[in-house]
Design a binder for this molecule. Sequence first.
Ligand code: NAD
Length: 354
Amino acid sequence: MEAFEYQSNPSRIVFGSGTIQRIPDELKRLGFSRPLVLCTPQQTSQAKLVSDILGGKTAGTFTEATMHTPTDVTNKAVQFAKELECDSLISIGGGSTIGLAKAMSFRTGLYHLAIPTTYAGSEVTPILGETENGRKVTKTDPRILPGTVIYDVDLTMTLPVTLSSTSGINAIAHAVEALYARNGNPIINLLAQEGVEALAEALPEVKKDPQSNEARSKALYGAWLCGTCLGSVGMSLHHKLCHTLGGTFNLPHSETHTIVLPHALSYNAPKIPSAMASLAKAFPGCDGDPIKGLNTLLNTLEVKRDLKSFGMKEEDISKAVEIALSNPYWNPREIEKAPIQELIRRAWAGEDAK
Ligand code: NAD
């Protein structure tokens, strides 16, 4: 066995149905009594549910969480938190809301209890991406990691089917890249394979019956495992490309991950035999070919497969290639201009990965 290093991220996880009712006990255990609740404008009813469960005993609610964590929103929220003299933060929502709470917690030291409602996985990572002057910058610091995560399957029932699918593929992408990370290790490999398997089984079931507790539970369980992978080991080509494409062309987060993943995996495939073998076990009925397994899953989920549908122009392909090549990073296969151009072109056009 090869030598390895493993660093766990110390957060408390509460998982189940109806677990949102545990908030008062969790706060009591921690000694907090004036949490500020955070959400997006679309999830104010879930924020109200938090406040109701606490019998109205919150410092207040901030409802302006925004995708890609713009720093002007964070500054406004930090000011609001100071005025209200809150003693902790509760984020309820997807990666956008959790990102805001992470940014606030990092600046102020306030304790962060996260209640995720998508499959993005941000709640279990010490990573924060923030946007200032149109540029998204990522930092990693143990102080960014939320202290407690309450996974309540019931809250995911309202996640629209298409977003459930793309958010689930976003989670799978974390595990796929973890399986070939330079600083990978056996624990993370186990979590990654289990996470992909859970999501690959659950997502078609969620599409068939979005109210299925069993399918939603399995999807959320898989998302937790995949998020844990993202928080523990380095990501490469796929995540860097999505970061570039999302940031430069303002493409939506989970949809971009969904479109790019099969192409990025196909690019790296010749150099990652052991990851391909693990993934072959994780995708049901893929005949030993994870790229086929991923293509089949995406076709079953009937998600959009082309970046042009989200407004990327054909002439943007060369710009994306330039940016992707200008910022060197480790990847199992060398980043070469012509095949990267072809990868992005295929993702733009919506062609199947081979
Ligand atoms: P999101 O948080 O932007 O949510 C998308 C939309 O769905 C929002 O309008 C939200 O209010 C709504 N929504 C969320 N859950 C819902 C539910 N259960 N029912 C109904 N509506 C719901 O999307 P996301 O994909 O979760 O997060 C994307 C953001 O998170 C990006 O900015 C990305 O960079 C970041 N992210 C960060 C990390 C990290 O580790 N730092 C990891 C993953 C994603």
